[in-house]
Design a protein around this ligand. Sequence first.
Ligand code: SF4
Ligand code: SF4
Length: 316
Amino acid sequence: MTTAQAQKTAISLETTCENDCIFCRDARSLQRKGSSPASLLAALKDWIRQAADRGVRELEIGGSEPLNGPLLFALLDVAKQQGMKDITLITTGRKLKSMRLLRRLCSQGVTCFRIPIYGSKKRIHEAVTRTPGSFRDLIHALENLKRVEATTYLRCLALRCNQGDLSNLTRTVLKKFPQMHFGIADLKPTSESLIFYRNIFPGYRSLFPHLKKAYQCFKAARPLTPGFIDYFFSALLSFPFCLIDRIDPRFLKTQTAKKILRDKDFRDSDSSYSYARRCRPAPCRGCRYRDACPGLYTVSYLAYGEGDLFTHPKNG
Ligand code: SF4
Ligand code: SF4
């Protein structure tokens, strides 16, 4: 279980996962310790009931691969009985290559799917998941989701091994799955090891031209629309603001950006990650975005130093 807020609650089933992503601490080895499935199920059912009693109508179910555990459908039953209207499943997507399973999930109340994608090609995606067949399964699943017109959010983390493909991936998603939401996000560190982080994350200076190209490609196809928050733009705000400013100096001034930054879920999004501490090193002191920007991940600062920032002086 993670958070409960006025509008939304989230539960984590912490099951095993078929993928073995390069940045993941859990991967295949994760074994739930402590509670038995029966007591966990009872606790999660209680959690959903209590949230529903408080008027919460949105539920998010995640935890490695929730489709692997024995609890999901029992929890969906409870969520339905308790009147949950929006149920999001965070999944690798691989099992959704089964249309039967997908239809069952939709009929049991799942209204939205959140799925990671790391590259436009097998070679790039599987360099991240380190699991042969994961790209083929994912594309098959996305075709199924497209057929049933399920609300789908695709998220790509910007990494050393896929940065050169970010604009290709953006183009591919826009072309093949135009009705899906797509965003590129900063990697939340999952370890304090600098070597580990450097091996996986390229640093903001290196990432900049690739992210800019992807941004331009997306914006040309789906321009910023006043009053409408596109997932691409909210994911972009996970990066340090000086990088965003360098990509598009106008973006942070838009109503869209300001609206996203006011959102409580957005501001709280780091809180459940123990290694996702942020810092504001010396150059941030004179930065015009200091008050709004959450800073950068401490491990990123330690790995790449302050020279990796595009500090924007207050009077610049
Ligand atoms: S899909 Fe998610 S849980 Fe599975 S290995 Fe990758 S990051 Fe970890
Ligand atoms: S506060 Fe620091 S990290 Fe944020 S935009 Fe300014 S220089 Fe970049």
